[in-house]
Design a protein around this ligand. Structure first.
Ligand SMILES: Cc1cc2nc3c(=O)[nH]c(=O)nc-3n(C[C@H](O)[C@H](O)[C@H](O)COP(=O)(O)OP(=O)(O)OC[C@H]3O[C@@H](n4cnc5c(N)ncnc54)[C@H](O)[C@@H]3O)c2cc1C
Length: 492
């Protein structure tokens, strides 16, 4: 063991890849010589929801983080394997004083990993100090108290992180090969990771893009620009929720001094409410981790489980359902790793209603394709859209209506499904109903150039509606729904 340095403080970076407004880092630096650590964990790489695009995004964030930390005199170690094994290896080379990290509300694998880390720390008398990353409260007893607790966490002043005098770390920065993602599996249109990308999104949103937020979030034609696009950055913590909160307040105070505010105030209000939802949904997973695997309302058990149709699932995943709005959204997701909220809800609703698939496999598929995959938001939204909570309004999206409302000129459809370029706009929602003569004249043949619908649009919609309401109105489902409301709603 090295004798030159006293035991070191170790900051374990997870999904908080920034060096500003970082409580764990700030506390460590105030306590003594500090080193940062990120572990590319085997359990993460092997988890169902993992995708190479997630690793790519994380590596880009780490590149930025390493440079910023270096400016503060903090070395960043990047290791692969299991967290406990890494801690063991580090401790063998040099003593660790305290481990600092943010709390993580994740999946079963990260929960078990945290238990193992906790027990390792106790065994080796290493203190582990955890700090809150989002407005999420551990061991929350009463949901009614949550809103004020969330405000206390998010609306605190920004934490300034000072640096330290550089020192030679006893630990080498890299060991083992960093698993570089297979380029063929990456998404060509995916967002770039890193704090500088996050700050540039924040800047463009509050300077310009955000004014039209409220009118542009529903259509896939306008959402790419109109939404903040901060989601992967909030997921990976390149920017903190408090920083976004204060950016909203700053913009508001600037607007209040102006004679005309355009659409800004309404947009800011809507945007701010989404940041509440962010924590509200993650709190649900924190309070009820089983929602990763089970219906939140267990009285829905058995509703879909026995009917999983692999061929329909496969067509949905590939974007070959014969429903242009569904297929175009899937192709967009394959390319960009992002699609707007309404289209996510429509995709999941179509899988679980019209195709009557249990939500778990579609949830995993979407998680792998969302670069912003955030377990708490994801599983809460999936269960809500699949109608298995018993407390949310049932929404069975009609892909035809969504196309007519959100893409009336067919721009989005045609850009993702060029095979429909010869189909007139009036037939884009249902190309299979195009008159045969017109098909002949245009050179487009439904069923040859583009799939026929894999389910009957009207019949599948009607049948799903009938079934879900039959289940939702059962007395045992309603009784269980009251308990779900108590557990998860702050308005009861
Ligand atoms: C089935 C389904 C799965 C989803 N899975 C995820 C996921 O894994 N990760 C994720 O970040 N979002 C998820 N969402 C929520 C939402 O679609 C995305 O947060 C949003 O599209 C991200 O784009 P943005 O950052 O431009 O959002 P903006 O509209 O600019 O919103 C700003 C931030 O608010 C939060 N937010 C926005 N909408 C919601 C919402 N409906 N619920 C909770 N928080 C919200 C996000 O953190 C988002 O980054 C899911 C929605 C559905 C219907």
């Amino acid at each position: 063991m090295s004798t030159q340095l006293s035991p070191l403080h170790l900051v374990w970076f997870k999904r908080d890849l920034r060096a500003e407004d970082h409580e764990a880092l700030a506390e460590a630096l105030q306590s003594g010589p500090t080193v940062g650590l990120f572990v590319i964990e085997d359990v993460w790489l092997g988890s169902d929801e993992f995708a190479p695009a997630h690793l790519q995004f994380a590596l880009e964030c780490l590149k930025d983080l390493r440079a910023t930390l270096a400016g503060k005199g903090v070395p960043l170690l990047i290791r692969t394997g299991s967290m406990v094994q890494v801690l063991d290896d580090l401790r063998r080379e040099h003593p660790i004083h305290t481990l600092y990290s943010h709390q993580e509300t994740g999946l079963d694998w990260s929960f078990k990993r945290d238990l193992a880390v906790g027990s390792w720390c106790r065994h080796h008398s290493v203190a582990w100090r955890e700090f809150k990353q989002f407005g999420v409260v551990r061991k929350l007893k009463d949901r009614k108290t949550w809103p004020s607790k969330r405000s206390d966490i998010i609306e605190r002043p920004i934490i300034r992180v000072t640096g330290q005098a550089p020192f030679v770390s006893p630990w080498s920065e890299w060991t083992g090969a960093i698993p570089v993602p297979d380029r063929a599996l990456l998404k060509p249109g995916a967002q770039t990771g890193g704090r500088s990308a996050a700050l540039s999104l924040l800047h463009s949103f509050f300077e310009e893009r955000g004014e039209h937020y409220s009118g542009s979030i529903s259509s896939p034609n306008t959402a790419n620009e109109g939404c903040s696009r901060l989601s992967p950055h909030l997921t990976w913590g390149t920017v903190s929720l408090s920083e976004v909160h204060w950016a909203i307040q700053k913009k508001r105070s600037i607007l209040h001094a102006l004679p005309r505010t355009g659409k800004w105030l309404r947009s800011l209000e809507q945007f701010e409410s989404r940041l509440w939802w962010h924590c509200h949904f993650i709190q649900k997973l924190e309070s009820e981790p089983s929602m990763e695997f089970e219906n939140v309302n267990r009285e829905f058990d058995g509703m879909r489980e026995s009917e999983f149709d692999d061929a329909k699932f496969d067509a949905w995943c590939k974007g070959e359902t014969g429903f242009p709005m569904i297929d175009a959204c899937m192709k967009a997701l394959h390319r960009d790793g992002w699609i707007n909220f309404r289209m996510r809800a429509m995709l999941l609703s179509f899988a679980t209603y019209q195709l009557w698939l249990h939500w778990k496999k579609p949830a995993i598929f979407l998680a792998r394709h969302f670069v912003d995959f955030e377990p708490g938001i994801h599983y809460s939204q999936v269960q809500m859209q699949a109608g298995v909570t018993g407390i949310n309004t049932i929404r069975i999206y009609s892909p035809k209506k969504q196309l007519l409302d959100q893409d009336p000129e067919g721009r989005f459809i045609r850009s993702h499904l060029p095979e429909l370029s010869r189909v007139p706009v009036s037939d884009l929602a249902e190309p299979h109903l195009m008159p045969p003569l017109l098909q002949l004249e245009s050179g487009f043949q439904a069923g040859v150039h583009y799939p026929l619908p894999i389910v009957d649009p009207e019949e599948s919609y009607r049948r799903a509606k009938e079934r879900i309401f039959e289940w939702k109105n059962r007395s045992e489902v309603r009784r269980a729904a009251k308990k779900v409301l108590q557990r998860h709603s702050s308005h009861t």
